[in-house]
Design a protein around this ligand. Structure first.
Ligand code: IPM
Ligand code: MG
Length: 362
């Protein structure tokens, strides 16, 4: 029987529309092959939404997302909107979407593909076999804590304020996602905090430690974030699953992504307790190459695979997309960001065509 899914597409800014077009083509073929009917609706977010409506997240966009089975997002932001006040910048649209859909858990896998080992800036022996899942808390911490703002003091000096805050229940719910995730992987969880300095991290460490009693099969360790950053580039193979707060997760997931050679390869899933998840590449909108057909669409395509796996419970369709990505890499197809000597340099569209060809072969 045909399964119907309503998918909201948020192409956003910069390279967003180009990479989204490739992912949609891939989903259409996958739909035919797996008897899935996708009803796509496009909505505005980020700079594109600011230009059209004055707001980075129009309420119609949030409503459309809420009514769908999953949301596929490309990227937001660009130089054009960089000088706007923070509450109407493109980034505010993304944060509003995460908060509006209650997406507290962000899964960011960083797996090095054998075909791309030489694209990594680190030595082969350091990165070979790296397979890390960063579980980042996404709707709390310093991104959302109050008070926040730029205030003027009695002496007329300006004072910028953000507040890093976590409640026990927020720590516990992301902790559970992380322990469950680690359980399905190699059973190792490293919790990252700054408990040597921050009270909020002391509470984080206490709660995560307490929670670990319910997961005796998962081996828990703790690292301070500065050490974790160092270990990630020194010996990344020691990590399996990492759980951390919003800001540390933002930073460490970029570092983990780059171990694999290019951030242009990595997808992510943002999930809540219920309702649709948002699936998006870890990379940004790359305004410097937007509109030039140079972008790597593979992170977007792999985000569509994560959508099938985690959002729509269609693991076989997800596997198929991931295999197609391996295959195009195997046959030597590369976009500029992952190019190396002797490989075929393709643009965004041509990379999409190569994927379609592989998918049509079987
Ligand atoms: C990310 C991005 C966002 C974040 C920005 C664009 C708001 O860097 O998804 O990692 O900081 O969360
Ligand atoms: Mg980031």
């Amino acid at each position: 029987m045909t399964q119907n899914y309503r998918i909201t597409l948020l192409p956003g800014d910069g390279i967003g529309p180009e990479i989204m077009a490739v992912a949609v083509d891939v989903l259409k073929i996958i739909g035919q092959q797996f008897d899935l009917q996708f009803e796509f609706q496009e909505a505005l977010i980020g700079g594109a939404a600011i230009d059209a409506t004055g707001e980075p997240l129009p309420s119609t966009t949030l409503d459309t997302c809420r009514q769908s089975d999953a949301v596929l997002l490309a990227a937001i932001g660009g130089y054009k909107w960089d000088s706007l006040p923070s509450n109407i910048r493109p980034e505010a649209g993304l944060l509003g979407l995460r908060a509006g859909l209650g997406l507290f858990a962000n899964l960011r896998p960083a797996q090095i593909l054998p075909q791309l080992i030489d694209a990594s800036t680190l030595k082969r022996e350091v990165v070979e076999g790296v397979d890390i899942m960063v579980v980042r808390e996404l709707t709390g911490g310093i991104y959302f804590g109050k008070p926040k703002g730029i205030f003027t003091t009695d002496t007329g000096e300006k004072r910028g304020v953000n507040t890093m805050v976590y409640t026990e229940s927020e720590i516990e719910r992301i902790g559970r996602v992380a322990f469950e995730t680690a359980r399905k992987r190699k059973g190792k969880l490293c919790s990252v905090d700054k408990a040597n300095v921050l009270e909020v991290s002391q509470l984080w460490r206490d709660r995560i430690t307490k929670l670990s009693q319910e997961y005796p099969d998962v081996e828990l360790s703790h690292l301070y974030v500065d050490n974790a950053a160092m270990q990630l580039v020194r010996a990344p193979k020691q990590f399996d699953t990492i759980v951390t707060g919003n800001l540390f997760g933002d930073i460490l997931s970029d570092a983990a992504a780059m171990l694999t050679g290019s951030i242009g390869m990595l997808p992510s899933a943002s999930l809540g307790a219920s309702g649709p998840g948002v699936f998006e590449p870890v990379h940004g909108s790359a305004p410097d190459i937007a509109g030039q057909d140079k972008a790597n669409p593979l992170a977007q395509v792999l985000s569509a695979a994560m959508m099938l796996r985690y959002g729509l419970d269609q693991p076989k369709a997800a596997d198929r997309i991931e295999q197609a990505v391996f295959q195009v890499l195997e046959q030597g197809d590369r976009t500029g960001d992952i190019m190396s000597l002797g490989k075929n340099l393709l643009g965004c569209r041509a990379m999409g065509d190569a994927l379609i060809k592989v998918l049509e072969e079987k």
